[in-house]
Design a protein around this ligand. Structure first.
Ligand code: HAM
Length: 469
């Protein structure tokens, strides 16, 4: 007899994923869209498409991803960060407890579902809460602090897709645990700044402080009173926000609410001495390091976990009210580890949207520089030659030579065209004559010089030419 106790059904938070999405009728673009996605086929048998707001990363796009990830590895290694990967699925409660019930992400944007074991799970909409969970789960509080971590991977938000806004996007993020000092805020901001700068994109950091549990309530009361006096002019969403979370009023993107925001009180006028000091010291460090920033007194972030420093990375020279999407964002969250059941541990970090980086690289015509030209292309004619070329290819590859070939092509002309297109430095030609003679022909693709060498010595001769012997 089974002694299994039945788990109670978890209470289902109010999340959008339960709603059935309306059927979409996307217009078929005639050419690839701005993100390089192909036109939707018309007519014929219907082919399944990627879900709305989600994209394939096709081979021609991959060089951008390699280029960006290389920069991520360079910077994180230089500043002593280690990679930590968390699963894509987490308990829904992790995000409800961290981001806040009234955050847009939890209220409207989570891909949540009940799995076959009756667990309420969510495809992670962001990386901070999972990193905090992992920090606690793995007892990292016992390691020498600070613990500096980074991540790279997909996030899921059920948003209305538009330019630079996807339902699946990827983030590079860092999270630092166990250091409350302003110099750590500065290091994190510097990393975000350097990341963009070294990719060739000029940014400015928009920065603000959200104070702490002591000084923020005074500001919130003042802000509520201010907005209540303008209630009739507010959009419907803001009227709702007024009752639930007045700080979110400052995040409204509705044009009609912007003039009201402009004259709203500033939180910096309400910060207590410690919070004010913390902000001043972060700014001093940024000045020392010549990191350009803009003090933005109305900057609030979309999650409840932040305190003190918050920041967003925007294109330089961009008007903060222009509706420009952020290239990244982050801040301090000194209470989240404790809130999720860990020992009190200060922390801060940021997340950067990789797709938005790529859009900027393309808009600014910044080409990723990488040399993937093969050292050598092996061309062959006839079955015997193909077998010998294949063996030589494998010998070269195993000894560190970047070799290329196309064994399914028969004609020499087609193969030489490929060798040219790939920009191979040398081409090896193995025809029937060479098979009979036990030789190969090596052609220097730049000078056109040709040389015949014995097949048995081919590997060594090629490596000598490449300086790899
Ligand atoms: P976030 O501002 O929600 O912060 O997201 C970080 C970045 O991810 C954004 O600035 C943007 O570049 C990109 N992003 C967000 N949503 C989308 C989307 N739908 N499509 C394309 N890109 C998007 C966080 O997620 C925090 N966890 C950051 C953080 C880390 N705070 C402290 N540590």
């Amino acid at each position: 007899m089974s002694t299994k106790t039945k788990k109670p059904m978890p209470t289902k938070p109010k999340v959008a994923a339960a709603k059935k999405p309306k059927p979409q009728k996307p217009a078929a673009p005639a050419v690839a869209d701005a993100q390089g996605q192909p036109p939707k086929p018309t007519g014929g048998r219907a082919t399944p498409q990627t879900p709305r707001g989600m994209r394939d990363i096709v081979p021609s796009e991959q060089r951008y991803w390699r280029h960006i990830y290389k920069k991520v590895e360079e910077l994180t290694a230089a500043y002593g960060y280690e990679r930590l990967d968390t699963p894509i699925l987490e308990e829904t409660g992790l995000f409800v407890r961290s981001a806040g019930k009234q955050s847009d992400v939890v209220e409207k944007e989570m891909f949540s579902f009940i799995d076959k074991g009756n667990e309420n799970v969510t495809m992670r909409p962001e990386g901070t809460a999972p990193m905090v969970r992992a920090y606690i789960n793995h007892g990292m509080v016992n390691l020498p602090q600070p613990v500096k971590l980074y991540y790279w991977g997909p996030m899921f938000r059920y948003e209305r897709p538009q330019h630079g806004r996807f339902r699946q996007h990827n983030q590079f993020g860092v999270e630092v645990f166990g250091d409350a000092s302003p110099v750590q805020d500065c290091e994190v901001i510097l990393l975000a700044h350097l990341f963009y700068k070294e990719l060739g994109i000029k940014t400015a950091i928009h920065i603000n402080s959200l104070g702490c549990g002591q000084c923020r309530p005074g500001y919130q009361a003042e802000l509520s009173a201010y907005y209540r006096s303008k209630r009739s002019q507010l959009c419907e969403d803001c009227k709702r926000r007024l009752a639930k979370n007045p700080l979110r009023l400052l995040d409204c993107k509705e044009a009609s609410c912007q003039p009201i925001k402009e004259t709203a009180p500033h939180i910096v006028d309400f910060l207590d001495e410690e919070c004010k000091n913390h902000l001043m010291r972060v700014l001093e460090y940024l000045d020392d390091l010549q990191v350009p920033y803009v003090l933005n007194p109305h900057l609030v972030r979309g999650f409840d976990y932040y305190n003190r420093t918050v920041f967003e990375i925007m294109l330089a020279d961009e008007n903060p009210e222009s509706g420009q999407v952020a290239l990244g964002g982050g801040g301090r969250y000194d209470n989240l580890v404790e809130q999720l059941g860990g020992r009190p541990t200060p922390a801060c970090g940021f997340g950067i949207g990789v797709e938005r980086v790529i859009l900027q690289l393309k808009a600014q015509q910044i080409e990723p520089q990488e040399d993937r030209r093969p050292d050598i292309f092996l061309a062959q004619l006839g079955d015997q030659a193909r077998r010998k070329a294949f063996m030589l290819f494998e010998e070269l590859r195993a000894s560190g030579v970047h070799a290329a070939a196309n064994f399914s092509k028969g004609a020499l002309k087609g193969q030489l065209e490929i060798a040219n297109r790939l920009g191979a430095k040398y081409t090896v030609i193995l025809g029937q004559k060479e098979v009979l003679d036990g030789t190969i022909l090596i052609r220097d693709m730049e000078s056109g010089m040709q040389e015949i060498v014995l097949y048995d010595k081919a590997g060594m001769e090629i490596k000598k030419k490449l300086g790899k012997a």
